[in-house]
Design a protein around this ligand. Structure first.
Ligand SMILES: [Zn+2]
Length: 47
């Protein structure tokens, strides 16, 4: 269901603030921002 891909360039994850390195699995969160896969899963659990 979650659409993930491998990062093609390094950028900062707006969710945790850490770097998303090239080749890391990233996903779009509910704000249409690219974040780490595990960060998106966390934010999607909001009540
Ligand atoms: Zn993150």
């Amino acid at each position: 269901m979650v659409n993930s891909m491998k990062a093609r360039f390094a950028s900062n994850c707006p969710s945790c603030g850490e770097t998303m390195k090239v080749g890391k699995e990233i996903v779009k969160n509910s704000d249409e921002k690219w974040v780490h896969k595990h960060c998106a899963e966390d934010s999607l659990d909001l009540p």
